[in-house]
Write a protein that binds this ligand. Structure first.
Ligand SMILES: NC(=O)c1ccc[n+]([C@@H]2O[C@H](COP(=O)([O-])OP(=O)(O)OC[C@H]3O[C@@H](n4cnc5c(N)ncnc54)[C@H](O)[C@@H]3O)[C@@H](O)[C@H]2O)c1
Length: 302
């Protein structure tokens, strides 16, 4: 797809971060939007920002619609896809972007937490793909953009649930792209692997109590440390994603961190794991020293 003007894009997780940035960039290019999120307030704010970003063409304003639902709900996703086509008459792009993060050891992991993240990060992508595919084919020019992660390229302790969903999105989307190529049906697919992007994902993540003492000092420090790795803005990420769609890329890596992790996992597919363990131990020692110094300082003040 060479341009987005007068196309129709459906975006999940549009209330924040990369979903919002995609909506604003697409609106700026004259693309009609069907926006979805589970958070009604932030979704309305995105719709407002996208409307403000849209070019003001007299007589042909952009149509921006919103829907509030949980992407892990299959019926709700299929209903939204049908409603999008009813309201917009067609749909050309779907961005299966909504996602959440979870930190937990495997040994201590609650099944409820694992089911929660699999429901959103994996099943949400599956439902979005299957619900929109017939409409994308009918449009004559369609593209499916599924968001995996740098954690869909390499694994990390404490991230098994997130890793499992993002590796799954990668396998699902790579197979999907091959099937679409074989079908020559006018629909393509891209798998996106962002590195650390400055969004709300860390602050809204679930951190299981079993991580405290294992890899983290406390929940808030875990979230704050996670954010230290966020080096790319959401707007830049959206620019790279849309550029990848224009070039019909099979996969899109965002940020030098994602490119480095991809290189490491492909060059040292087994040894990188030992390197991650060494680095995690080093960071844990540093965190312990930091906590000791803070405790000594507090003692002196008391
Ligand atoms: N930020 C990063 O560093 C990073 C890195 C790699 C991959 N990703 C992936 O990028 C995608 C976008 O995340 P982001 O960083 O913009 O995060 P974000 O938290 O800023 O935005 C995620 C949005 O998804 C929505 N959402 C969450 N669960 C939902 C559900 N069940 N149903 C509907 N909407 C739901 C949230 O309300 C939020 O508006 C996610 O799939 C995430 O896993 C993010």
């Amino acid at each position: 797809m060479k341009h987005f003007t007068d196309k129709v894009s459906a975006i999940t997780g549009a209330g924040s971060g990369m979903g919002r940035a995609l909506a604003i960039r697409l609106a700026r290019e004259g693309c009609h939007l069907a926006l979805a999120d589970r958070n009604a307030t932030s979704l309305e704010e995105t719709a407002r920002l996208a409307e403000a970003a849209a070019p003001h063409i007299v007589g042909a304003p952009l149509l921006i619609t919103t829907a509030v639902f949980d992407v892990s709900d299959r019926d709700a996703m299929f209903a939204w896809a049908a409603e999008t086509v009813r309201q917009h008459r067609r749909v050309n792009l779907v961005f299966n972007n909504a996602g959440v993060a979870l930190s937990s050891t495997i040994e201590g992991m609650d099944y409820a937490d694992l089911e929660w993240i699999v429901g959103i990060n994996f099943w949400g992508v599956v439902h979005g793909t299957k619900a929109f595919l017939p409409y994308l084919k009918a449009s004559g020019e369609g593209h499916i953009v599924n968001t995996s992660s740098v954690f869909g390229l390499f694994a990390q302790p404490g991230m098994s649930g997130y890793n499992a969903t993002k590796f799954a999105v990668r396998g699902f989307t790579e197979a999907l792209r091959q099937e679409l190529d074989l079908m020559r049906c006018g629909v393509s697919a891209t798998c996106v692997h962002p590195g650390g992007i400055r969004t709300s994902i860390a602050q809204s993540s679930r951190i299981a109590p079993n991580m405290v003492g294992f890899m983290l000092e406390n929940e808030q420090q875990g979230k704050d440390d996670f954010e230290k790795f966020f080096i790319t803005t959401a707007d830049e990420a959206a620019r790279v994603i849309l550029d990848g769609v224009r070039r019909n890329r099979r996969r899109v890596l965002i940020g030098r961190d994602a490119r480095a992790a991809d290189w490491l996992a492909r060059t040292l597919p087994a040894a990188y794991q030992a390197l991650v363990v060494l680095q995690t131990r080093r960071m844990k020692r540093m965190a312990e020293k930091r906590a000791q110094r803070a405790a000594q300082l507090a003692d002196r003040r008391a």
